[in-house]
Design a protein around this ligand. Sequence first.
Ligand code: UDP
Ligand code: MG
Length: 309
Amino acid sequence: MDLSIIIPIYNEETNLPALYARLAAMLDAQPWQAEVILVNDGSHDRSLTIMRELAARDPRLHYITFSRNFGHQIAITAGLDLSSGAAVVVMDGDLQDPPELLPELYAKLQEGYEVVYAKRRTRQGESMIKLFTAKMFYRILASITSVNIPLDTGDFRIVSRKVVNALKQMPEQNKFIRGQIAWIGYRQTFLEFDRSERAGGEPGYTYSKLIRLALDGITSFSDLPLRVATVGGFVVSGIAFLVMLYAMYARFFMNNYGTGWPSIMVSVLFLGGVQLMAVGIIGEYMARLGANARQRPLYIIEETDLRRE
Ligand code: UDP
Ligand code: MG
């Protein structure tokens, strides 16, 4: 097998037929032996039915279906686990990542790279808020982590079997695959492309899922927030100590003190806020420690037409 194409699918019934048509047209023109693995991440529309029909019609196409919605990153992980290609492509199922770019990605990989990621030159059909928050997030992440996570890229990329094997050795529960691939290293490069609008249907990434992904990215690759919490705690208690000395001096030596309500309110609220924030940051890391300590399987497969070991 030369190439595995992994596509997570969450409620993409309107896009699947066009996705298949464009993939098949592209694959027909290539000399590779390829497999397409559609991973149904608990869709509640007709996606699974369509996937089964497509798999029955075309032997290159396979599907995996989860027992519920486990999330995009986990769907990619399942696809990687069951893939057998010497190279593996990960792409979205809403046609925002054009299948026609695959030959170029594949050719670039053959030049001696282990990872070729597709970088978004432009992005269409996305709200100003989404574009702005995404841009900010990747810049902040880049500035606080030690791994170089490429800017303006999603999970659309081609990787070699070596990288897939390395990913399989990373058992973390809270996946941030684009960060893990950057962490793995090897020779990596990129190709630019224009990202189009979602062809149809609704985005499966709600804001709460995006925030969770962002927190997974930060907590998996940076301890800076924890250090900020510690340093912030020291700085604030230092200031509070000085203010306390001054308050005692004013009370006993200058006999110059007011009723005290504003100063008490300000310091109580401020200290309370800083403490809650620090506890919250610690909590985010603790929750992830807990998830990894429980060692649950990452996903439950309900049905697949792929052979499993
Ligand atoms: N997706 C998924 N599980 C989810 C949410 C999304 O498998 O819980 C899939 C979705 O079907 C699509 C890809 O992940 O193939 C990207 O999702 P979406 O288009 O909603 O994200 P965006 O393009 O807005 O980042
Ligand atoms: Mg999309």
